[in-house]
Write a protein that binds this ligand. Sequence first.
Ligand SMILES: C[S@@+](CC[C@H](N)C(=O)[O-])C[C@H]1O[C@@H](n2cnc3c(N)ncnc32)[C@H](O)[C@@H]1O
Length: 279
Amino acid sequence: MADQPMSGGLVTHGIDITRPSGARVYDYLLGGKDNYEADRELCREIVKIAPEAREWARANRRWLKEVITWLAGEARVRRFIDAGCGFPTADNTHQIAQRMHLQSSVVYVDNDPSVATHGRALLLDNDRTHFVAADLTQPDQVMAHPAIANLLDAGEPVALLMGLVLHHIDDLEQTRAIVRTYVDALPQGSYLAITHVGNPQDGGPVEALVTELGENLKDTTPTLAFRSVEQITSLFDGMELIKPGVVRLAEWHVPGGRLDEDPPHDARDVIYGGLARKR
Ligand SMILES: C[S@@+](CC[C@H](N)C(=O)[O-])C[C@H]1O[C@@H](n2cnc3c(N)ncnc32)[C@H](O)[C@@H]1O
């Protein structure tokens, strides 16, 4: 996504349907319609190597739903930033949060021009929902955007969601610095929720799988950082990590137990999730 036209961190124009886009590939894996042949071709390649890829995408959405439900309910969070939000799908962040509490506000951020043009209208259901077309690797510009500045203005806790997006940033130290800049700008008591593709680095079948995926996708998806649990955990440095910590999605549950009756199967589970609170 780094080569999309930008202006001061904000996306300005340009949809290229001849090359796959991460947002559209994910949309296709979730059964959506906002995708083109180049995206579907890449999906076919992914599914050839990992037939369970669609289940990973669904498990990720299920995890986000559970976390947002808990944040809006038990943790009483009323403000959400969904960074790298992707196309609208079933149960978007504002729908889950506003179902729990009508006054919840959500700002979506994405740098894919397809999401900006096709997704924006569908995500903007009401005046408590906003869309910012921006590159999240420019946190200062993103945080200065009026929609986000307004959200932070009241000094109330905010939940920052970064679902399956940080693997697009190759360098770990840069990723940590970006996350840190966002967290530093959030009020005390705010939350950070991350899902991330991982590499267990144990010489087992999942490591072999992610290595094969990385090698086969490097031409079409240049930045696909499968990180170790320790590296993903380090993105939460300085925060209070909520139990069970950073674990595979199939093993994760909100405090008090799983809300979802139908947990994802854990075969070759490559996605890790973590939730932390700013002290
Ligand atoms: C796999 S989708 C995940 C969507 C959603 N967060 C979820 O977990 O279901 C990744 C999204 O991140 C967006 N993205 C990637 N790099 C980005 C960046 N630098 N700034 C903003 N959005 C980005 C992509 O356009 C895509 O929509």
